[in-house]
Design a protein around this ligand. Structure first.
Ligand code: GAP
Length: 461
């Protein structure tokens, strides 16, 4: 099934309203996708669960919502202007551009002699040498240029008068808003170390590699945490281990992802970002193989020091009791909400005989319950079902369907992953009971209408 799982998921996403290609009527826009009616509901559930788990439920965390366009000096201080580069390579004949590391990774995929090669470790020069030594060609079979640095930051400008315009960037990570607001957060809250600041928001990267559905897009949503601590009091390795457990627990227990599809991978010295002393990726086994889902890095005091230097504002902390002054260090767990969305689809996609269903954890399912009248042309059944639907809607996200026959309705609810379908039939009119069909077993039970709410609330606990 894994072979064409990607096509099946992409096709289901379009058919049922999870994901559409952006601006499709104009032929689409590269690596850009919109979230349709059920996709928007699913991604909102994931975003809300992240916020609840990592901000609301914890005493040591606060939230933030900073801007997409920050002062441009931010990106000089953070090192993104100088270092946020990917190796770009060109097909000499077609002028098509590729990311050199991704191109080499694909080229060595089925070649046993390169099984142990870690392309992430290659410098730009080593990639160029590998391509020449091994006569690597473009996917079209043509010669390739040598890799060049390509900065991923998107830029635009502020100002109405041509001469007075100044260049700004769309943020490449949400993290920098947290660092530049660090002093305001400290001054406006009574939070004590260690503590974290989390935010969810759009980030933008001019990606060279395209065609990986919502895995890698130009515009995406990050959920990032900067967890600040005094390195003389807290042990960074211990903090990192604790955060790794929380990340796994969120993915498996809250989102319901299977453990066997997850693994940890430590970054090698060469591949680590310029700001990090140690980095791990929580990888997921996507339809196209193991790739990063969620990263965790020990960013030390790199960012606060850089911003203090570039802005001239001291970004340290004076302990009001001991008077000790220090620059906090940070552990950063950073994930893309769109990748969390994608793995819930990959993990939930199930085929049993002719039946296709999305076995979502009910907590993240776009709709929890669907309500139907057995047939749409019997007013008594429709009005009874409508009342049940209106009642349940006060407490749960519920959908209504009275199109086609009951089999077709089950089929479509299965494909959007609705855990339960309630059907009002002729017996309902006699004894106030309905059938409740379970998505995963396709079996039905009969129960009184008055029990429905507590039945679903218990299941959703
Ligand atoms: N602040 C650290 C940082 O940005 P990163 O590993 O570059 O680290 C963090 O990004 C997470 O953001 C990744 O683990 C991934 O989930 C997500 N992400 C990064 N680039 C993405 C893209 N182009 N499309 C979708 N998600 C992306």
């Amino acid at each position: 099934m894994k072979d064409n799982l990607m096509e099946k998921i992409v096709s289901l996403c379009k058919r049922r309203g999870f994901v559409f290609p952006t601006s499709e009527i104009y032929g689409g826009l590269i690596s850009s996708y919109d979230y349709g009616p059920v996709g928007a509901a699913l991604i909102r559930n994931i975003r809300n669960l992240w916020w609840k788990e990592f901000i609301e439920r914890r005493d040591d965390m606060v939230g933030l919502d900073s801007q997409i366009i920050l002062h441009p000096r931010t990106w000089e201080a953070s090192g993104h202007v100088a270092n946020f580069n990917e190796p770009m390579i060109e097909d000499k004949k077609t002028n098509k551009r590729y990311r050199a590391d991704h191109l080499i990774e694909n080229w060595i995929k089925d070649k046993e002699q390169f099984a142990d090669l870690v392309v992430e470790n290659f410098t730009f020069e080593e990639m160029g040498k590998f391509i020449i030594d091994n006569k690597v060609k473009s996917p079209e079979g043509n010669d390739l240029s040598s890799p060049k640095k390509f900065n991923q930051l998107f830029n635009t400008s502020i100002g109405v008068i041509e001469d007075a315009k100044f260049e700004v960037y769309l943020r490449g990570e949400t993290a920098q808003g947290i660092f530049s607001d660090f002093k305001n957060i400290l001054d406006s809250t009574r939070i004590k170390f260690p503590f974290g600041v989390g935010q969810i928001g759009k980030s933008f990267r001019n990606e060279i590699t395209t065609g990986q559905f919502v895995f890698r897009t130009l515009e995406f949503e990050q959920a990032e945490i900067e967890y600040f601590f005094d390195p003389e009091v807290s042990d960074w390795e211990k903090l990192m281990d604790e955060w790794k457990l929380q990340m796994i627990s969120f993915v498996t227990k809250v989102l319901g992802i299977k453990n066997e599809n997850l693994r940890w991978r430590r970054h090698t010295d060469k591949e680590r970002s310029h700001y990090s002393k140690d980095t791990y990726d929580l990888d997921y086994n996507y339809p196209f193989g193991w790739k990063e889902l969620w990263g965790i890095a020990y960013r030390t005091d790199y960012d606060l020091k850089q911003h203090a230097q570039f802005s001239g504002v001291e970004l340290n902390y004076r302990d009001p009791i001991t008077n000790k002054v220090f620059i906090p260090h940070v552990i950063e767990p950073a994930v893309g909400i769109n990748r969390l969305f994608f793995i819930t689809l990959c993990d939930a996609y199930t085929e049993e005989g002719d039946r296709i269903f999305l076995k979502f954890n009910p907590k993240i399912a776009p709709y929890k319950v669907a309500v139907f009248p057995l047939v749409a042309n019997k007013p008594e059944l429709v009005s009874k079902a409508r009342r049940i639907y209106e009642d349940l809607k006060e407490k749960l996200v519920v959908t209504w369907d009275d199109r086609g026959n009951i089999g077709k309705r089950y089929y479509s609810q299965d494909e959007i992953g609705t855990p339960w379908c309630v059907t009002v039939d002729y017996q309902t009119l006699e004894d106030e009971t309905v059938t409740v069909r379970d998505r995963d077993t396709a079996t039905q039970i009969r129960m009184p209408i008055s029990d429905l709410d507590s039945y679903f609330q218990n299941k959703l606990k």
